[in-house]
Ligand binder design. Structure first.
Ligand code: 4NP
Length: 148
């Protein structure tokens, strides 16, 4: 099982999801799942995780210093089993990049939770605590669904 987390820039939300999911899966004993993250835009390609997001991850004991932003490409659709956006706008852009979602692999992260919805972009809100809490809740619910 391979999962790609996707947001607009791949420097805030989707890298937080990638690192939090990987850590949580390991702690909960979910094996055989790999994940990565990517962007729907080329804006930040090659850049590291935005410092406030990196600091948030560091506070959880996670080192994201090696992560660099990468744009999502059409062939990712065949390479991943699930492609998970942070908000509806991401999923719409993911469908444009991939030419649709014929196999029904695309979701929003919080749609796995009891509180379906968008995860606001902290690049604009400057609220990294809320983004991190939402991402943690979504990852926990996603792992629940994979362990059923
Ligand atoms: P992210 O936040 O999608 O959570 O990584 C953003 C980061 C950068 C930009 C937009 C959103 N940007 O336009 O450069």
């Amino acid at each position: 099982m391979k999962i790609l987390f996707v947001c607009l820039g791949n420097i805030c939300r989707s890298p937080m999801a990638e690192f939090i999911f990987r850590d949580m899966a390991k702690k909960r004993g979910l094996t055989g799942v790999e994940c990565a993250s990517a962007a729907t835009s080329n804006e930040e390609a090659g850049n590291g995780v935005y410092p406030p997001a990196r600091a948030k991850l560091r506070s959880l004991g996670l080192d994201a210093s090696g992560k660099r932003a990468v744009p999502m490409v059409k062939s990712d659709y065949g390479r991943y089993d699930l492609l998970i956006g942070m908000e509806a706008r991401n999923v719409a852009a993911m469908k444009r990049i991939c030419g649709g979602d014929p196999e029904g692999k695309m979701r929003r992260l919080l749609d796995y939770s009891a509180r379906p919805g968008d995860i606001a972009d902290p690049w604009y809100t400057d609220d990294f605590d809320t983004a991190c809490a939402d991402i943690t809740e979504g990852c926990a619910a996603l792992i629940d669904s994979l362990m059923k």
